[in-house]
Design a protein around this ligand. Structure first.
Ligand code: PMT
Length: 399
């Protein structure tokens, strides 16, 4: 039976030249057994008429907030309560801004606030608009709130420009809706490490590194959205704990090891993105050491290797490491994969522009223990998370 059978999908169509493609989406969803209620914005009606959608879905098409097709029901509340998914395709820059800031000035935006259904958004717009920091910020806000985005793809746009902005194709959009209805990682327990560790020198100084936690938090958030039971063990970061994950905050490598060992038996998959300090000061100065004229020599001792410790007692776990490298990327990553007894390592060239520490994007290569590899282009850390989790899901399925 199709996952769409008997499901109620609200399809919001906004004013883009790609609005005609929403007819195909409505048709495929209806054929797959879903009950599809189409909501058109005023701008969408300039591109496509309600007659098309009425014919495809055999249901009334909704436009006006004050329309009440069924007398005893307030339409937007009734629809909002019934919906399993609110899919907005195509989504314009305008609707993204309204959704991000909770503006409700028509039926679609009011429904979006009134519903608890999962939100799937497939934007379409000019490349420069899509790349505008205001739009990207709105996408980030909505993703953090749990919306599932189907990113626009590269191609020739209606305006004649070539670049990212084209509405994703119907199968990709339907797959996203399917994943939201039937989360691919449901029942899988994922332990993620993230951020830096801090190794105290005295009461106010420490050894650390520039990890912001963005990569690990993106994985934790994406895993939650895909239905996994997620524990995030994090060093100090400025990020909000991901909604839906159990977050354990630690400071030092030793504390991170303790937390991971405690959680290990309750995890199926471990993904270690944390930039763990390999060394710590042998002695921690009590209080703040006063400034003086003499040299200060700090003796460093090695920290435990968390992933190697977990790898030594691997059992049925799937163990995934990250390798932050500045040279000999693949060889060094492969050595870590072998020495730490991992299933997969994500080779991360941290010397590349837009890649590694603190950035919102990353460029990585996935290396499996069986020798297979997948090089990914520069993409958002969220997209890296999606590719990585899909690769892990395939591994789990193959077991
Ligand atoms: O946090 P961001 O600003 O988003 O940056 C992301 C990142 C660059 C930190 C991330 O993408 C990344 O590459 N993480 C790995 C950082 C690292 O410490 O790499 P490594 O090559 O030193 O370690 C290899 C693996 O062993 C890692 O999975 C690490 O978590 C683990 N390790 C390392 C040392 C140690 N003592 N214990 C460990 O478990």
């Amino acid at each position: 039976m199709s996952v769409f059978e008997g499901k109620h999908i609200l399809l919001g169509v906004t004013g883009s030249i790609a609005a005609y493609k929403a007819a195909d989406i409505a048709s495929k969803l209806t054929q797959a057994g879903a009950e599809v209620d189409v909501v058109l914005t005023e701008h969408a009606r300039r591109f496509i008429t309600e007659i098309t959608f009425r014919a495809i879905t055999r249901r009334p098409v909704l436009i006006d907030l004050f329309d009440e097709p069924e007398e005893r029901q307030i339409a937007h509340i009734h629809l909002a309560k019934r919906a399993d998914v609110l899919l907005i395709a195509p989504a314009t820059a305008n609707i993204l801004a309204k959704l991000a800031y909770g503006i409700a000035d028509d039926l679609l935006t009011t429904l979006a606030l009134a519903t608890q259904a999962k939100l799937v958004i497939a934007p379409a717009m000019n490349t420069v608009m899509w790349q505008h920091p205001a739009i990207q910020e709105n996408v980030r806000i909505l993703e953090e709130r749990g919306a599932r985005f189907v990113y626009p793809v590269e191609g020739m746009l209606a305006c004649g420009d070539v670049g990212a902005g084209k509405l994703a194709d119907t199968p990709t959009i339907l797959q996203a809706v399917e994943e939201v209805l039937n989360p691919p990682l449901r029942g899988v327990r994922v332990l993620v490490t993230a951020g830096p560790t801090e190794e105290p020198i005295d009461a106010v100084r420490h050894i650390s590194n520039p990890s912001s936690g963005k990569m690990g938090y993106a994985i934790a958030e994406e895993a939650v959205r895909q239905g996994a039971e997620v524990t995030l063990v994090t060093g100090p970061t400025l990020l909000e704990p991901p909604a839906g994950a159990k977050t354990v905050c630690v400071r030092t490598a030793e504390q991170m090891l303790d937390a991971c060992l405690q959680m290990y038996d309750q995890a199926d998959v471990v993904i270690a993105t944390a930039a763990v300090s390999d060394y710590r000061p042998a002695e921690v100065w009590q209080g703040k050491r006063k400034k003086g004229e003499q040299e200060w020599t700090i003796r460093l001792v090695p920290n435990p290797d968390i992933l190697r410790t977990l790898g030594a007692r691997k059992g049925k776990h799937i163990l995934v490491g990250f390798a932050a490298e500045t040279e000999e990327l693949l060889q060094n990553a492969q050595t870590k994969l072998r020495e730490k007894n991992l299933d997969l390592i994500v080779a991360n060239d941290v010397s590349q522009e837009g890649s590694g520490f603190r950035t919102d994007t990353n460029r990585v290569t996935l290396l499996w223990a069986d020798g297979s590899q997948q090089a990914l282009p520069l993409m958002s850390k969220r997209e890296v998370a999606r590719h990585l989790l899909e690769a892990i899901r395939q591994k789990l399925l193959a077991r």
